[in-house]
Ligand binder design. Structure first.
Ligand SMILES: *Cc1c(COP(=O)(O)O)cnc(C)c1O
Length: 494
């Protein structure tokens, strides 16, 4: 097994794919083949705990890693870092709907499942490809990724992390999550500008020759914790298997039964991980791709036309406000029979014209595998409210989008196959919108009072990582102009 680029026939090892993040010609690294699980392997997973499942599944991809190295990564990531004994527990609603709660980690959103282990995967990988070099992670964030990456990389030996966020572009709670971050190797800085300015600035620094020399002298190199890194995708495969095994263990399904998987989707990373799980042998019948008002994926999966020439909406599920779903490139590559030329041509069209159309036979495969739907702002609110009233379950805005689209699918298709619904954030992370859906009273303005109020109304305790922010010291107060981002990094690394 090796990794190849979606846009060329370049081959690299797992360690290189993870250390490098993205291929030199802009393609994404994909496995040359999927590790296949027999029904006996699947049965064995049922008897394991989460860490054992993770080790078993990840080693299929991490060729070149020793068993000890895989275990070191898994233990480092999932020991004592999640508020639940199970990092990804399943909560069953009526009607065979099973909520896969992916928000029990340190930042209360699903990105923790991957960003808790990425630092370990990355440092082990770098040791193989560039020993003794210190890795400097650069992140531009619109909120969630920055904090999840900080929490993952804080005080990890051999790494430093620098996060830039737009001064007025993240929620007060998200800003507090980042500016109170502890760790000797972390730097957090606001920039005068919006998210695009931060993103462009970071991209520029990645390619800057002066910066490259500065890092070389210090025996350091840049890397990225972005979701296109295969090291972020692989850990997400684990929780789909884990959820399935938990359902078998609890007698809710039988080993070998098919399930559907419904995912609230933005960059297409989380749902692609579920697709990878199926390629490895997880019996998934249908993937339900749930979008918010930015429904570019709904249109694509229904028509075969991907067209980003459309308005961008800001919604109550902001982590899905995306018009370019980067990881879709990987799916296209696989569906075109691992054809790098065809994939590169589509991606070129996307960057030049903002649009591409897949061949009719590809569309037909897409329709066999995927159902796509979207949920507008009003339905997001009514879904949160109905779920709370009827099932006594409090969910966040992103999860509500998935629950609603799952309902639509069941009504339209009559398919009652048990469904695993990915729940990507704690309701407290998007407390204002959630409280508005479940309580008609006047909402408090202060962020912490809002959390308390939501807790009172729902009788669900505020997650400790959010409530504890109140008493934490603000450690990062810098704010720089976008031209000064490189200087900020140099000063920090001195
Ligand atoms: C990032 C994120 C998503 C979207 O996940 P993708 O892998 O980009 O599809 C959904 N919900 C929440 C809460 C997120 O943070």
């Amino acid at each position: 097994m090796y990794f190849t680029s979606t846009r060329s026939n370049l081959n690299v090892t797992a360690a290189q794919a993870i250390a490098q993040g993205i291929s030199t010609e802009g393609g994404l690294f994909v496995p040359s083949a999927f590790p296949a699980l027999s029904s006996k392997d699947l049965e064995n997973l049922v008897g394991m705990n989460y860490k054992e499942r993770a080790s078993a599944l990840l080693s299929g991809y991490l060729t070149g890693f020793t068993a000890e190295e895989v275990e070191y990564c898994v233990n480092g990531a999932y020991t004592g870092t999640f508020d639940n004994e199970l990092p990804a527990p399943v909560f069953s609603l009526n009607g065979g709907r099973h909520i896969l709660e992916l928000w029990h980690g340190p930042t209360c959103a699903f990105k923790d499942l991957a960003l808790q282990i990425l630092p370990f995967l990355l440092t082990v990988s770098a040791k193989k490809s560039a020993p003794d070099k210190k890795i400097v992670i650069l992140v531009a964030t619109s909120g969630d990724t920055g904090k999840a990456a900080l929490a993952g990389f804080a005080d990890v030996p051999g790494t430093s992390i620098v996060v830039f966020f737009p001064q007025n572009g993240v929620s007060p709670m998200q800003q507090l999550q980042m500016t109170t971050q502890k760790g000797e190797n972390v730097a957090v800085c606001a920039i005068e500008g919006n998210f695009d300015d931060a993103q462009t600035g970071v991209k520029k620094i990645f390619g800057d020759e002066n910066m490259k020399r500065f890092l070389e002298e210090k025996n350091m190199e840049f890397s990225s914790a972005n979701s296109i890194n295969f090291g972020r995708l692989a850990p997400q495969i684990v929780y789909y298997f884990s959820a399935y095994c938990d359902l078998v263990r609890e007698g809710k399904i039988k080993l070998g039964d098919s399930v559907n998987v419904c995912v609230p989707t933005g960059n297409f990373g989380n749902i692609l991980a579920a697709y990878y799980a199926k390629q490895m042998g997880l019996p998934v019948k249908k993937f339900i791709c749930a979008s918010n008002k930015n429904n570019i994926l709904t249109d694509f999966l229904n028509t075969g036309v991907y067209d980003r020439n459309r308005p961008f909406y800001t919604t109550s599920s902001p982590s899905m406000d995306i018009l370019i779903s980067s990881n879709l490139e990987r799916l296209l590559y696989h569906l075109y029979g691992n054809d790098a030329k065809a994939t590169a041509a589509l991606m070129k069209q996307l960057s030049q014209e903002g649009r591409y159309e897949v061949a009719p036979e590809i569309l037909s495969t897409l329709k066999d595998e995927f159902y796509a739907g979207f949920c507008d702002e009003e339905s997001t609110q009514t879904t949160i409210s109905a779920l709370f009233k009827n099932d006594n379950y409090l969910c966040d805005t992103h999860t509500a989008v998935a629950v609603k689209v799952c309902e639509d699918y069941r009504r339209e298709s009559g398919d009652e196959t048990p469904c695993i619904i990915a729940s990507t954030a704690s309701p407290f992370k998007f407390a204002a919108a959630v409280l508005g859906a479940v309580d008609s009273g006047k909402a408090p303005e202060d962020g912490f009072e809002l959390l308390e109020k939501l807790s009172q109304v729902s009788k669900v305790p505020v997650p400790a990582p959010l409530s504890s922010l109140k008493s934490l010291e603000i450690r990062h107060k810098s704010c720089v102009k976008k031209e000064d981002m490189a200087d900020f990094i140099c000063q920090f690394l001195q």
